[in-house]
Design a binder for this molecule. Structure first.
Ligand code: WT7
Length: 684
């Protein structure tokens, strides 16, 4: 590499990708959309910041109005709607009763099709949340500001318990049900939760999963870490029929079914909370080290969840809305529970998995409930495309609106989502955001903006993203260079801090680009999201993946997603994952792992065609070192492909602990394929 080339910083290097054509929302969609007036972008311009966000706050009922919209005195710990008071459970339930008490708030769809769907009305939700709040207050002695850990799967008891906490200002920390006891314990310890909620068990893919034993283990691990959980409250999947093999321990474990008998029809007044009081913690992994407890606020968070649910999810009173995420992640918090319920929607809670008992399950649910808004992740779309490409056409459902979230979506997969699941009628919003951000950051407005496959779109109203190079210089739209996507301004949905770790909050998200740490001006504190992105001349952002997902081949920056996306243009492929392999001259080379749709066989010829496709779409620079056709990808229980594991295999490194994967057995199979059967001993 010449010296001149060396001077070029990483984010200056061109990204090779093709612009896709626009798709336009239908007249029919626009005619009913909640927002069709383009002036919304003017209302939410930086000139009108921060006042613009009162438009979202005004969607809520406040007990006391705020005196300061944005307080920056403790920058970058932003405070929104200061002086305002409200209660989240009141806003999600009580205020809807006068007109909508008979409306379904939650449709609980059990794993088994033999168990009927439960339709929980707002009135019933009100009764149940009040009773649980009474248990929290009177049986557990909890009060506003205390933390409670909820290690619960996707049953109605999860949102009910969350809303009961919110009724009292208790800070909930939901741990994804599929997480291990030690993950649960770490979070309970970090948040110092005295109370842990669990359930005897639940169903997933036709299997009964005994869950209570996880709480027993989490309790022991917490104790070893010096934290005593005082009470474990145990829901029952079938109320009154305790089914776990692990017994209730006296004076520690309590059956909710029994405890609730003493609190029938008890009402608990919602506690009026300051807008700035924490509502919940949601732990997320950082680049290294222990998970960060992202602390979300009451007033700002709910305002942002409500506003984006109304304008971007386009939820109307008559809609049936299904977000097939897990409430154990931020998507479920914001877009199954808080956003939809705050605007009086009917929201689906699905216990099961997309492919059980077969690939038509989602579409039968959509047909039965007459769902018209659907929200899922690319990983699910790819899986459904792989296992049931012809299923959607067999069912009579009608989506008007679909969301994709969580990772970049390859244009080929986007188009299949649009044509086959959306039947060529539903709009798609590709929503880019993070656990930290509370709600959407980049997305199109469905009734206004055209869609562009593979692009998340412009900033959401009031969100002003830009792309910076390593030195903090802005990369302008259309320059065709990748850099770090940052947000210029604070917004109400943003997390307040990392629980108990102010330094980590400031360093991780503001450390790189803040020029003056003493500044109280928000303009000096761009938010670093940790993703690489390119902004096209139309202002649409294409997210390339985490900063550490970018592969630098001979000084050329290649998004792993770009290569995967190119590979997926080969018809036979279902999934693709690229990992960097160390190369002594090029620095890094991409190794490409792919899995096939059913009915196709692996062959050298196919591998060659995949490799050629990548070269054709991106350039020879992106030629994979090798195309590995694998039977399946190693995946987390939430369905994300574990590129880290593939990377370790490709680099003959340590795959680490893979037992928490959904399919740990695949790791050895891939290892044999890539590394051969022989033990590899490092040359000394
Ligand atoms: C990371 C955040 C968003 C809530 C669920 C995941 C990636 C998220 C998109 C998208 C491309 C996306 C980013 C981000 N990501 N949405 N639409 N297009 N990438 O939350 O676990 O905190 O993950 O997911 O890399 O930083 P999370």
């Amino acid at each position: 590499m010449s010296e001149k080339e060396m001077e070029v910083s990483e984010s200056q290097i061109a990204v090779h990708w093709q612009e896709e054509d626009y798709y336009y929302p239908s007249e029919e969609f626009i005619a009913q959309a909640n927002v069709t007036d383009k002036s919304i972008y003017d209302r939410f311009s930086l000139e009108n910041f921060p006042d613009c966000f009162t438009e979202y706050a005004d969607l809520l009922d406040w007990d006391e109005k705020w005196h300061t919209i944005l307080d920056t005195s403790d920058a970058p710990l932003w405070k929104w709607f200061v002086g305002g008071k409200l209660n989240v459970s009141y806003n999600c339930i009580d205020r809807h009763l006068a007109k909508n008490k008979n409306k379904t708030a939650l449709h609980f769809v059990p794993d088994s099709e033999d168990e009927r769907i439960q339709h929980i009305t707002y009135q019933e939700l009100y009764t149940r949340v009040n009773e649980v709040a009474a248990v929290l207050r009177d049986f557990c002695g909890l009060k506003a500001g205390d933390r409670v850990t909820l290690h619960l799967p996707m049953t109605a008891e999860l949102p009910i318990t969350m809303l009961a906490c919110a009724r009292l200002g208790i800070i909930h920390s939901v741990v994804f049900g599929g997480f291990s006891p030690s993950a649960c314990a770490d979070r309970a310890v970090d948040s110092q939760s005295r109370v842990l909620f669990t359930i005897d068990g639940y169903y997933r893919g036709g299997r009964w999963i005994d869950h209570k034993k996880n709480a027993d283990e989490a309790y022991e691990i917490s104790r070893k870490e010096g934290h005593e959980i005082e009470k474990i409250l145990v829901w029952e999947r079938h109320s009154g029929e305790y089914k776990s093999s692990s017994p209730l321990k006296e004076n520690r474990d309590y059956s909710m079914n029994e405890v609730l008998k003493n609190y029938r029809r008890v009402k608990v007044d919602p506690v009026s909370m300051p807008a700035e009081a924490p509502l919940f913690l949601m732990y997320t992994s950082g680049t290294t080290g222990k998970p960060k407890g992202c602390q979300h606020s009451t007033g700002g968070y709910l305002s942002y969840a409500a506003g984006t649910s109304k304008y971007i999810q386009d939820i109307h009173p008559e809609d049936v809305y299904w977000c097939m995420a897990d409430i154990g992640w931020i998507t479920g918090h914001s877009y199954i529970v808080y956003g939809p319920l705050s605007i009086c929607a009917s929201s689906v809670v699905y216990e099961g998995i997309p492919n059980y008992p077969d690939a038509g399950r989602c579409w039968r649910i959509a047909e039965e409930l007459d769902i018209n808004i659907f929200h899922t992740a690319p990983t699910v779309i790819r899986a459904l495309r792989k296992i049931g490409p012809d299923e959607p056409a067999k069912y009579n459902y009608n989506f008007k609106h679909m969301t994709t979230v969580g990772e970049p979506i390859e244009p080929a997969v986007w188009k299949w989502y649009y044509e086959t699941i959306g039947k060529g009628k539903a709009v798609i919003v590709d929503t880019w955001w993070q656990t930290e951000t509370g709600g959407f950051l980049c997305t199109t407005l469905p009734g206004i903006s055209p869609m562009k496959p593979g692009s998340a779109g412009p900033g959401a109203p009031g969100i002003h993203p830009f792309v910076l190079d390593e030195d903090g210089k802005e990369i302008m739209p259309g320059e065709g260079k990748a850099g770090n996507i940052c947000i210029k301004n604070p917004w109400p949905g943003a997390f307040q801090t990392v629980w108990g770790n102010r330094e980590r909050y400031i360093e991780s998200y503001y450390g790189q680009y803040c020029k003056d740490r003493n500044s109280k001006d928000w303009r000096d504190w761009p938010y670093l999201a940790g993703d690489a992105a390119v902004v096209a001349s139309d202002g649409y952002f294409r997210i390339l993946g985490r900063i550490d997902d970018v592969i630098n081949v001979s000084g050329h920056r290649l998004g792993t997603k770009e290569i995967e996306s190119a590979a997926l243009n080969v018809q036979e492929l279902a999934e693709a994952a690229v990992v960097p392999v160390a190369h002594e001259v090029k620095g890094k080379e991409p190794d490409l792992y792919v899995s096939l749709k059913p009915g196709f066989e692996a062959s050298d010829d196919l591998a060659k065609r995949v490799s050629e496709q990548v070269c054709n779409d991106i350039g020879k620079i992106a030629r994979p070192r090798k195309v590995w056709i694998v039977p399946d990808m190693p995946k987390t229980r939430s369905g994300k492909i574990m590129r880290r594991v593939l990377g370790a295999i490709s680099n003959f490194g340590d795959v680490g602990n893979v037992m928490t994967l959904a399919n740990p057995e695949i790791v050895d199979e891939i290892k044999k394929m890539v590394q051969g059967d022989d033990d590899v001993t490092p040359v000394t």
